[in-house]
Structure formats: structure tokens, C-alpha cells
Design a protein. Structure first.
Length: 142
């Protein structure tokens, strides 16, 4: 039987993959530039909040199960908190500065911050994949 940690990690992994592969690209392909920006600024904080909630629940069940996956889930949680509370406002500010100035420095700043967000997201997805695979293997004791 799957543990709640495995179930929550699978739900979070699926959510993140769906968001990265389907939702985010669709926003920019189907909406005008300003609409995409407005919608992204509405959606991303909620996406990160969903990740925070699922991570915290995963940590709780992991600890209750006596599993060491809580360590990876704490890293994942920290990624969501950092992305939502610190990185997202910086990305929004950099995007606004670039839009008004069109300077190469502002563009580079925005792209650097966005790249950081993508790296964090990819790391979280990788860690979740490890958790999902490991929690389904009877020979792995995480």
C-alpha cells in the first residue's frame, strides 16, 4: 500500500509537471502579452502556495511514517517559499523595469531571475521524482 507521503509527492509532482509542460507555455501562446503578464502574476503565487501546502503535508506524513523523505521535502518546501516570497516579486519588478526601459541590463536581470526560478523548479521536480520512485520500491528504506 502506498503511503500518504508517496501519494502527496505524486500529486505534487504531477501538478508541477502539468504546470511546467502545459499551463505556463499555453499562457504565453494563447494570450496577448499584457494579458499573459496579468494572468501569470495572478496564477504563480497560487501555484507556489499549492506547492507549499502539499510539501508541508508531505513533511508531516513523512515524519509520521518514520521516513527520511522529509529531508528532501523540506528542501522542496524551501524552494516554494523562496520562489513565492522572494524570487517572484524580484522577477515582477525586473520584468516591469525591462518593459519600461528596454535596456539590455534590465533584460539580462529578468532573464537571470527567471532562469533561477526554472532551476529551482527543475530541482524540485527531480527531488519529487526520487521520492516517488523510492517510496514505491520495497528495498528502499527512506
Amino acid at each position: 500500500m502506498l503511503s500518504m507521503t508517496a501519494i502527496l509527492s505524486t500529486i505534487l509532482l504531477g501538478t508541477m509537471l502539468f504546470f511546467a509542460v502545459i499551463v505556463a507555455p499555453s499562457i504565453h501562446k494563447s494570450l496577448e502579452k499584457e494579458e499573459a503578464l496579468t494572468f501569470s502574476r495572478y496564477l504563480f503565487p497560487r501555484y507556489f502556495l499549492c506547492g507549499i501546502v502539499l510539501s508541508v503535508l508531505g513533511i508531516v506524513f513523512s515524519v509520521l511514517d518514520g521516513s527520511y523523505t522529509f529531508i528532501l521535502l523540506i528542501v522542496i518546501l524551501l524552494g516554494f517559499v523562496y520562489s513565492r516570497q522572494i524570487l517572484l516579486p524580484k522577477i515582477s519588478k525586473a520584468k516591469d523595469q525591462w518593459a519600461t526601459s528596454e535596456s539590455p541590463q534590465d533584460k539580462a536581470r529578468y532573464k537571470s531571475l527567471h532562469r533561477r526560478s526554472v532551476i529551482i523548479n527543475a530541482t524540485q521536480i527531480t527531488l519529487l521524482a526520487i521520492i516517488v520512485i523510492a517510496t514505491q520500491q520495497p528495498w528502499v528504506d527512506l
